[in-house]
Write a protein that binds this ligand. Structure first.
Ligand code: F6R
Length: 615
């Protein structure tokens, strides 16, 4: 949420910052702004709306050239998406410019104090107070990093701040508490950004910034200190994906590209996790086997799509390990005083590794003495750093706001965790584990096959573009798949879409069914527990009898559904528990196509942003 870029070097700061912002626009697109040091002062521009509005503004009124600058793309929290509320924010003399991601919870008190001291604050944001406080502190100490440390000491909440001062030439300062910020180090230049994608064209050499740290960027290096001024250990790492991973690569949208990348993402997530004897070797899971044998409860915390992955994981964990598993929305978790102790294993699932709700949930779990295992797609992000262990998904960067390939890889990681627990606890025999691994390793090709047969799904989606409502039904692991299908449609097509457990329909929701209402039904394999299959076939008949237009997702060879399917989408046969890996794919394609047919921009759905770093 909110994208931030900072640059010091010898290139045009404006070019570097604008290119970085383009890569970070997925984090928010309510407004954008930049500030550069030039001619002994600061020059700034900002505009409400997408980055393209700022680009137009800069074409019409170019800024003077400078080699030090900052930029921001906003997801609005305090104050609407207007020019005045756009970042950077400045002090009254226009000597400081600051950009911010997060929420400063005590901003009202600070604002009142500043007003009393004669400052004139012109926006509705919480950020503006920081510019004024920085100006005050800098006038006393003439050191921007020190001024930032002093200001941070007075702030409550979550924040990433990046600032420049006209009287601190060739210096950019950043600070971080509970919000992401990474440093890029190049030859004679340095970068700050919310995400490495912003500087990957320039350097792969990055530094993780820890909690409550301030970084000072100069051309010849970076210096990291804690908020109390003491030196901090610098933790460099190499970014191992290249710039093309953050480009559309010929696709009309990142979402289409990411849907197409799923076979590879699934295969990559399995890579290196099975030893030659067929046993699982999850080296990153640094929680000892003895401790895992003591676990008496698994609690999964996650949000949105990652939560749906968790709901599916519950079926596998309980079935394969017989350990009770709860799945909680991370945003609700700590407020209901969950029962946790040293024998609870908490699994935090997050693509970005920065979702504040999930982060707060895992902190709460660790405070209760529980071990936390993160399933995450982003190296070096906060959630894995604060967890006891991490299993990385290898989906590569996910840029489209709606999660697709990350979801499939989260599922793979969940299955691996479930099998691993079964392995160390001895609830699954080695040959049983190997059989599931074999099934999992076929999934990549099966997803590929699903993707090759999506044209009728796209056609169907286009034909439904003028509908108001679509319902989704599933049973067993198909239920979370139905929830995920509905979420994708809501967030992309802005339609009323709801997912239900098919058996629950008759307890109320069936009243929604009317003539020609599209209802998508995820049908379990008839080869698995046939009772599940038979029950859902009855459910399809019930809704069809009431006029619904049935869109049936069923395994190849399942002939029992044919008479009741107005539209039939075939998926390859998989074991019951693994079916979500193939069943989710047509639903992603369906939502993406339907949204496009309605004229929506699928990569940047309205009101949303990726990486939700506020609670
Ligand atoms: C929906 C979507 C979101 C995220 C959720 C959690 O398509 O992408 O629901 O799944 O915001 O994000 P992460 O996984 O980054 O914690």
């Amino acid at each position: 949420m909110c994208g931030i870029v900072g640059y010091v070097g010898s290139q045009s700061a404006l070019d570097v910052v604008m290119a970085g912002l383009k890569r970070l626009e997925y984090r928010g697109y309510d407004s954008a702004g930049v500030a550069v040091q030039a001619d002994g002062g600061l020059a700034a521009a900002k505009r409400a709306g997408k980055l393209v509005n700022l680009e137009k503004e800069l074409m019409e009124r170019p800024l003077p050239a400078g080699a030090t600058g900052i930029g921001h793309t906003r997801w609005a929290t305090h104050g609407g998406p207007t020019d005045a509320n756009a970042h950077p924010h400045a002090d009254n003399a226009g000597r400081v410019a600051v950009v911010h991601n997060g929420i400063i919870e005590n901003f009202a008190v600070l604002r009142a104090e500043l007003a009393e001291r004669g400052h004139d604050l012109v926006s509705e944001t919480d950020t503006e107070v920081v510019a004024h406080l920085l100006a005050e502190e800098f006038s006393a100490c003439a050191d921007l990093a020190e001024a930032m440390r002093l200001v941070c000491g007075r702030l409550e909440g979550a924040f990433t701040l990046v600032a420049v001062h006209a009287d601190a030439p060739d210096v950019v300062v950043g600070a971080r508490r509970n919000s992401p910020l990474v440093v890029g180090v190049g030859e004679g230049e340095a970068f700050l950004a919310s995400d490495v994608a912003a500087f990957i064209d320039h350097t792969r050499s990055a530094i993780e910034l820890g909690q409550d740290q301030v970084v000072e960027l100069r051309r010849d290096g970076v210096r990291v200190t804690h908020f109390d001024g003491t030196g901090a250990e610098v933790r460099p790492y190499h970014v191992d994906w290249d710039a093309s991973a953050a480009e559309k690569g010929g696709y009309a949208s990142f979402m289409l590209k990411e849907i197409a990348e799923q076979p590879k993402a699934v295969a990559d997530t399995l890579l290196g996790r099975i030893d030659p004897s067929g046993s699982l070797t999850l080296d990153e899971v640094r929680i000892g086997a003895a401790e895992l044998r003591e676990v008496d409860k698994v609690v999964i915390v996650a949000c949105g799509t990652a939560f749906h992955a968790g709901l599916i994981a519950k079926y596998a964990i309980e079935h394969w390990t017989r350990i009770p598993c709860e799945v909680e929305l991370a945003s609700e978790f700590r407020y209901r005083d969950p029962i946790l102790d040293g024998r609870s294993l908490v699994v935090a699932i997050s693509q970005s590794g920065e979702t504040m709700d999930t982060l707060m949930a895992l902190r709460h779990a660790r405070e209760q003495g529980s071990k936390v295992l993160a399933i995450c797609n982003t190296n070096g992000s906060t959630i894995p750093r604060e967890s006891d262990a991490v299993l990385y998904t290898h989906a590569g960067p996910e840029v489209a706001v709606a999660s697709t390939k990350a979801f499939l890889t989260q599922l793979v990681a969940c299955y691996l965790v479930a099998l691993y627990l079964g392995q160390v606890r001895g609830t699954k025999w080695g040959d049983e584990i190997q059989a599931v691994i074999k099934d999992l390793s076929r999934i990549s090709v099966q997803v590929e096959r699903v993707l090759e047969t999506m044209e009728p799904v796209r056609e169907l989606a286009r034909s439904l573009a003028d509908k108001d409502t679509v319902l989704f039904l599933g049973r067993h692991v198909g239920h979370p798949v139905a929830l995920e299908g509905a979420l994708k449609l809501k967030e992309l097509a802005y339609m009323h879409a709801e997912g239900f457990a098919a058996g629950e329909l008759k307890h109320g929701p069936i009243a929604l069914v009317e003539e020609d209402l599209p209802v998508v039904v995820v049908v379990p394999s008839p080869r698995g527990r046939s009772v599940l299959h038979d029950k859902i076939v009855s459910n399809i008949q019930e809704i069809r009898a009431r006029g619904a237009r049935t869109v049936v997702i069923a395994e190849e060879g399942d002939e029992a559904v044919v008479p009741y399917a107005d539209h039939l989408i075939r998926i390859p046969a998989t074991p019951t528990l693994l079916q979500p890996l193939v069943a989710a794919v047509p639903l992603q394609v369906f939502a993406c196509e339907l949204a496009t047919a309605r004229g929506n921009e699928v990569d940047q759905p309205r009101n949303l942003a990726k990486s939700v770093t506020v609670e």
